[in-house]
Every structure is written in C-alpha cells, then in structure tokens.
Write a protein of this length. Structure first.
Length: 69
C-alpha cells in the first residue's frame, strides 16, 4: 500500500462511491481502478491524499472484509 498526494492523472480515473457509504455526508470512500492499481480516497477531500493498492493487496483486503460479514 502506498499513500500518495493526488497527482494530475487522478482526474482521469473514474471514481465510484463505496456501496457501504451513506448519503448523509459521513464517512464516504471512493474507489477507482487503473491497470496497475486500485486507488482509494475520501470523497470529502477529493484532491487530498489517496491510498494505492496492488491488485493482490486489494483482493486480500476485500476477502478479509467479506469474511467479517
């Protein structure tokens, strides 16, 4: 996992809000997928830092969270 300041190419990514994020303006997460990474950012600070995961890291995270359900 890397933490990055949003570079200019961040605006070319197609972001979508997590299905677990509500519409009340609370804790909202957005995700974008590129050929080499999965990017995660705070929807309330779209130009701020974001997390970048490899496909393997993201898959492990999603599998772990799904097992908690």
């Amino acid at each position: 996992m890397n933490i990055q300041e949003a570079p200019y190419d961040a605006y070319q990514l197609v972001w979508f809000k997590s299905s677990y994020s509500g519409d009340e303006g609370g804790e909202c997460v957005e995700v974008a997928v590129s050929p080499d990474a999965v990017h995660v950012r705070d929807s309330k600070d779209r130009t701020g830092p974001r997390l970048t995961f490899s496909a393997a890291e993201w898959s492990a995270f999603v599998s772990y969270v799904a097992a908690l359900d």
